[in-house]
Design a protein around this ligand. Structure first.
Ligand SMILES: Cc1cc2nc3c(=O)[nH]c(=O)nc-3n(C[C@H](O)[C@H](O)[C@H](O)COP(=O)(O)O)c2cc1C
Length: 122
């Protein structure tokens, strides 16, 4: 079974360099929204710990989710990250450090809610 997997996905565990960034393998952790985004739109400590665990688990890159590219016209739920907040850079740096200390590359999903912007569905 393992041998079949290795044959089928021969490159999965090999490092890859894209631009000037080297990833330790080809497994990237997809963006998953944190549920303790603070009321003012920053990454809370539990979310940072959640992302850190993905890095510790061996992912090559860990994607922190849903940072609004245009906060004044976005907002479709309560878990967006808001770069207008003074503390957001410090919170993002804390999360990035937590991911990086395990050898994973931190990445950030930039998003806009499009037709759902401003609806605050949840
Ligand atoms: C708990 C959870 C939270 C998610 N949050 C986001 C999110 O914030 N932004 C996003 O683009 N996708 C989000 N997704 C979707 C995932 O990024 C991914 O596209 C989806 O799980 C399908 O990938 P998979 O087939 O590898 O599971 C989330 C998925 C899960 C399970």
């Amino acid at each position: 079974m393992r041998k079949n997997m290795e044959r089928k996905y021969q490159n999965l565990c090999k490092p890859i360099t894209i631009g000037n960034v080297t990833f330790r393998n080809r497994m990237f952790s997809a963006p998953m929204g944190g549920t303790d985004i603070t009321a003012d739109g920053c990454i809370g400590p539990k979310s940072a710990a959640f992302y850190e665990l993905r890095g510790r688990g061996g992912a090559a890159a860990v994607t922190v989710s849903e940072c609004m590219v245009h906060p004044s016209t976005d907002g479709s739920h309560a878990y967006h990250l808001d770069t207008r907040i003074l503390n957001s850079l410090a919170a993002a740096a804390y999360a990035a450090d937590a991911i990086r200390r395990h050898g994973a590359i931190p990445s950030l999903e930039l998003s806009h809610s499009g037709m759902f912007a401003g609806t605050y569905m949840t």
